[in-house]
Design a protein around this ligand. Structure first.
Ligand SMILES: [Ca+2]
Ligand SMILES: [Ca+2]
Ligand SMILES: [Ca+2]
Ligand SMILES: [Ca+2]
Length: 455
């Protein structure tokens, strides 16, 4: 009978600056101890007819005829197996004892030391009552040599010590992998013992891969009052014309255009959401430019209450109905706006020869001085000269007459006059003719409608 020989040769790897246990070498790229394939690196790992089988942290020498056969610990043809203890100083993997080749198959008589077991089963197995060999669960029975940081994994005939996920073996100890140092997360990373978690900056959301982040399209939730633009990591709101963005960056608030300038409207500005409008006082309408006030001509449009006997007179911001002219005796009517006192009538002595009725309008607060009315002699007598003066109505001294030639004069507004108001002025032209010793006068009765507004 040829006893199978099993050798586990432990190879001590010289240090590479990093301490690894026997059978392991430090890999700089992986930054961890990885198993050495002794079958490749040792020239004569196994002698004679023995074939080399690499194992994690060691290797096995098995008869070449055997090492492809499945291992069956209860095979009765394999009594008294030889076991070589891989022993201490090799905490990472405790290799199972592997039975050698069967007897009578033409092997070489072993010349290696034997360890004879008193048990019926090979090491790692225990004899059950029914005579079969059952695997010993070293992890369960606490008969393993795993480091406290490691976990024990039972195998058939042996056990393995390994690190759980998220840990790697450094110096024989399982140590947490700091995934954050190795850029596992695209944005934010929190390391944890045996684990890690990724999160994202505000404006990003974690992808299903739990590592990368993608921009959130905030506009889908319609956070803006008006327009929304998605941006990488954020979003921006904008507002329609006439609105501005509030301090919160999302709300659009109306611009109060009226507060920008008091000259926006000629009369009054009314702020509206997103815009503004100008309004005008009664008697005016808003001009095409949207800001000026234009007088409404009630006389032209027929929008007045004057009777057919009356004459409609339009002025800025209103109108008036003028009654038909009635000349007070001794004056008699000579036209629809003129009364005359005949020179032949003794009652007309010292009275003006004619009274001409005229009407005009004037804007309130008009700048001064301003020439507002002209008067002129219509008939010129040889040797006559003319004097122009305001005979009555100028109680506030807002007006004066300026003679512009021998036969003409201009009524000048010299002080601002505030409406609404009606001023009636009697403007007199005195004719003096010393040749024929004549002195006479004629009057223009001028009614001035001063508007309420300066337009
Ligand atoms: Ca970790
Ligand atoms: Ca965004
Ligand atoms: Ca507005
Ligand atoms: Ca009017």
């Amino acid at each position: 009978m040829l006893a199978a020989l099993v050798f586990i040769l432990l190879c001590v790897q010289p240090g590479h600056g990093q301490t690894c246990t026997e059978g392991f070498a430090y890999d700089r790229r992986a930054r961890q101890c990885i198993d050495v394939d002794e079958c490749r690196t040792l020239p004569d790992a196994c002698r004679g007819d023995m074939g080399c089988v690499n194992q994690n942290g060691g290797y096995l020498c098995l008869p070449r005829s055997l090492y492809n056969q499945p291992y069956r610990p209860d095979t009765p043809a394999l009594p008294n197996p030889v076991y070589q203890d891989p022993s201490a100083g090799f905490p990472d993997t405790f290799l199972p004892a592997v039975p050698g080749g069967g007897g009578g198959r033409g092997g070489v008589e072993p010349s290696y030391p034997r360890v004879r077991s008193t048990a019926q089963c090979i090491l790692g197995y225990t004899l059950a009552e029914d005579g079969t060999c059952n695997d010993i669960d070293e992890c369960e029975t606490n008969s393993h040599h795993c480091n406290p940081t490691q976990v024990c994994i039972n195998t058939s005939g042996g056990y393995t010590c390994s690190c759980t996920e998220g840990y790697w073996l450094i110096g024989g100890q399982c140590q947490d992998i700091d995934e954050c140092r190795y850029g596992y997360c695209q944005q934010l990373c929190a390391n944890a013992p045996g684990s890690y978690s990724c999160s994202c900056n505000p404006g990003f959301i974690l992808n299903p891969d739990s590592r990368t982040c993608q921009d959130v399209d905030e506009c889908e939730d319609e956070p803006c009052s008006h327009g929304c633009f998605n941006t990488y990591g954020s979003f921006m709101c904008n507002c329609d014309e006439g609105f501005e963005l509030a301090a919160d960056g999302t709300t659009c608030i109306d611009l109060d255009e009226c507060s920008f300038s008091e000259f926006l409207c000629q009369h009054r500005c009314v702020n509206t959401p997103g815009s503004f409008s100008c309004i005008c006082p009664p008697g005016y309408y808003v001009f095409e430019d949207g800001r000026s006030c234009e007088d409404f001509n009630e006389c032209d449009t027929g929008n007045n209450t004057c009777t057919t006997a009356q004459v409609c007179f339009n002025f800025q911001g209103g109108y008036t109905c003028l009654d038909p002219l009635q000349c007070r005796p001794p004056y008699v009517e000579v036209s629809d706006n003129q009364c005359m006192c005949s020179a032949e009538n003794p009652a007309c002595r010292d009275k003006a020869f004619t009274i001409l009725y005229r009407h005009m309008d004037l804007s309130s607060g008009r700048s001064v001085p301003a020439d507002i009315f002209q008067m002129q002699a219509t008939t010129r007598y040889p040797g006559a000269f003319y004097i122009f003066q305001i005979k009555s109505g100028n109680d506030g001294r807002e007006f004066y007459m300026r003679q512009t030639s021998n036969v003409s004069a201009t009524l000048v507004l010299s002080r601002p006059i505030k409406g609404p108001k009606q001023v009636v002025l009697d403007l007199e032209m005195v004719t003096v003719n010393n040749v024929i010793n004549f002195r006479g006068s004629s009057i223009i009765r001028l009614t001035i409608f001063v508007s309420e507004h300066p337009f």
